[in-house]
Design a protein around this ligand. Structure first.
Ligand code: SAH
Length: 234
């Protein structure tokens, strides 16, 4: 018998042994906590979280915890990323809109599961870093946009799936309008950080169907763009 690496695991073989073990245990942790969609697990395996965390937190890259990134924002906890990805139920031909690019980790995971991801971020500094990571990982089906996610991105609407990775007090109307009939939106809803629920909204022929999934803690979905003079040039 000839031993070959399973598809998708080749990058693991290039990682230093300790990092590969950490990555594998992260995948096992996700399975243990009920993530069982193999496409989602495979995407989580393909994207090394280490690329997306700040240098100061590199030791915690594979831990199941949210971590600070630039501009006072956070990269989400891997379990929540996997859970949201699973619930989004992305099809290979789907076009997905993400609000809140942050580090780019969630968009990178989605890029392996759908045709194209459009992702909007308020901070230019975060958008630039995310683009550098996508380039480094040869991810070519993610388009980043600097702007206000409350308004969505009308040029490419309607979207099959919309994922919001910052908490809003109510679902943004522009985003509901930009969701296809038959499409799904996931977002954390809640006024305060202590009182948020991940919510799934399905847009059907009959209207919107809303379901609460999980208590979560996300940074707020802020209204409006960042003052251009406060945006870092590089
Ligand atoms: N998906 C990210 C985590 C996002 S944290 C990841 O995988 O790392 C939430 C992000 O939403 C932050 O970067 C924040 O700047 C951004 N954000 C908040 N309000 C926004 C808005 N109105 N439009 C676009 N981005 C917004």
């Amino acid at each position: 018998m000839r031993l070959t690496a399973p598809p998708g695991a080749d990058w693991l073989l290039r990682l230093p042994m300790t990092d590969a073990l950490k990555q594998v245990s992260l995948i096992m942790m996700l399975r243990k906590h009920g993530i069982n969609d193999t496409r989602v697990l495979r995407a989580m395996e393909l994207v090394s979280r280490e690329e997306f965390v700040d240098a100061a937190f590199i030791d915690q890259a594979y831990e199941d915890t949210a971590l600070p990134i630039a501009c006072g924002q956070t990269i989400s906890q891997p379990y929540v990323v996997a859970y949201m990805t699973e619930k989004l139920a992305v099809e290979p031909d789907d076009v997905v809109l993400e609000i809140g690019t942050g580090s780019g980790y969630q968009a990178a995971i989605l890029s392996h599961l759908c045709r194209h991801v459009y992702t909007i971020e308020r901070y230019k500094e975060l958008q630039k870093k995310a683009v550098r990571n996508f380039d480094k990982l040869d991810i070519t089906n993610v388009t980043t946009i600097i702007g206000d996610g409350w308004l969505g991105w009308p040029p490419k609407a309607p979207y099959d799936r919309i994922i919001i990775t910052a908490a809003a007090p109510e679902p943004p109307q522009a985003l509901l309008d930009q969701l296809k009939t038959g499409g799904r939106m996931l977002l954390p809803l809640g006024e305060s950080r202590e009182n948020q629920f991940l919510v799934q909204i399905d847009k059907t022929e009959k209207g919107l169907e809303q379901k609460e999934l999980l208590p979560v803690r996300f940074v707020p979905l802020v209204k409006g763009r960042v003052n251009p003079r406060k945006q870092k040039k590089n």
